[in-house]
Design a protein around this ligand. Structure first.
Ligand code: ATP
Length: 232
């Protein structure tokens, strides 16, 4: 993963800050023993259900996500028809947005939203506020892997249901998410995807969201991390 990200920086897909964020994630993953905890597995199953039941679900994709998980994002979009895939960048330049869209298209994503943003989230500074009017702006459920806390908070304040993927249970993103998945990006996306087939046959887009205990999930992650040195 490190090699892929370093290469992605050279190609202009990932910014140097993305490498630092990855290092933060790795540190937390070591504390989890680099495995999906039973609690995260439950969160992934719940996330699959929320995405299935959403009327307008969208997954947001930044440089790190495109570099590490473009195929997994395409797989998720195939498994959940109607899932919007939107480029959403903290450090936005038109060239980088296009590069990310190209990687997603090459992985099989048919429509990539957010390349030319058409709306703004009002409470955010301009360069971080741009979204797609047909995507995140009107989504009822947003899956936001590796997101920044301000934007996660802004979406949550607008009443949009936020599912985060972030290894840090203490980040603002994990703390404001309605459904925080505290797991590594590629494991989390695979976990969500593997839970989707069981939902086939149930009505998609019915707007029903089973309750999820976000605080409990964060506490369980912290407990798992605290126990790590005692495991064999
Ligand atoms: P916040 O703004 O939410 O308080 P932050 O300042 O750390 O957190 P970012 O740099 O945007 O914000 O966050 C990226 C987050 O993604 C970090 O919390 C990091 O731990 C996490 N992260 C990085 N790589 C991965 C990965 N591969 N899988 C899961 N989480 C990751």
């Amino acid at each position: 993963m490190r090699a892929e990200l370093a290469q992605a920086v050279r190609e202009g897909l990932v910014v140097p800050e993305g490498l630092i964020a990855h290092g933060r994630g790795e540190a937390f993953d070591y504390l989890l023993g680099e495995r999906t905890t039973p609690s995260a597995r439950r969160a992934e199953r719940a996330a699959a259900q929320w995405l299935w039941n959403a009327r307008r679900p969208v997954v947001s994709v930044n440089g790190n996500v495109a570099a590490l998980a473009a195929d997994a994002i395409a797989g998720l979009a195939r498994a959940r028809p109607g899932l919007g895939v939107e480029v959403n960048l903290f450090h936005r330049t038109p060239a980088r947005a296009r590069a990310i869209a190209r990687v997603l298209s090459a992985s099989g994503v048919r429509t990539v939203l957010g390349v030319r943003p058409t709306a703004r989230i009002p409470s955010l500074p301009s360069d971080r506020a741009y979204v797609d009017a047909e995507g995140i702006y009107r989504a009822d459920v947003c899956l936001i892997p590796l997101e920044d806390g301000d934007r996660a908070h802004a979406l949550q304040r607008r009443g949009q249901r936020v599912i985060s993927i972030d290894l840090n249970p203490l980040s603002r993103t994990s703390r404001v998410a309605d459904l925080p998945i505290i797991d590594e990006l590629t494991r989390a996306l695979a976990g969500i995807r593997s839970a989707l087939p069981a939902l086939r046959g149930r009505p998609m887009g019915n707007g029903r969201f089973p309750a999820f205990e976000a605080q409990r999930a964060r506490d369980e992650a912290l407990r798992a991390m605290a126990q790590w040195p005692r495991r064999p």
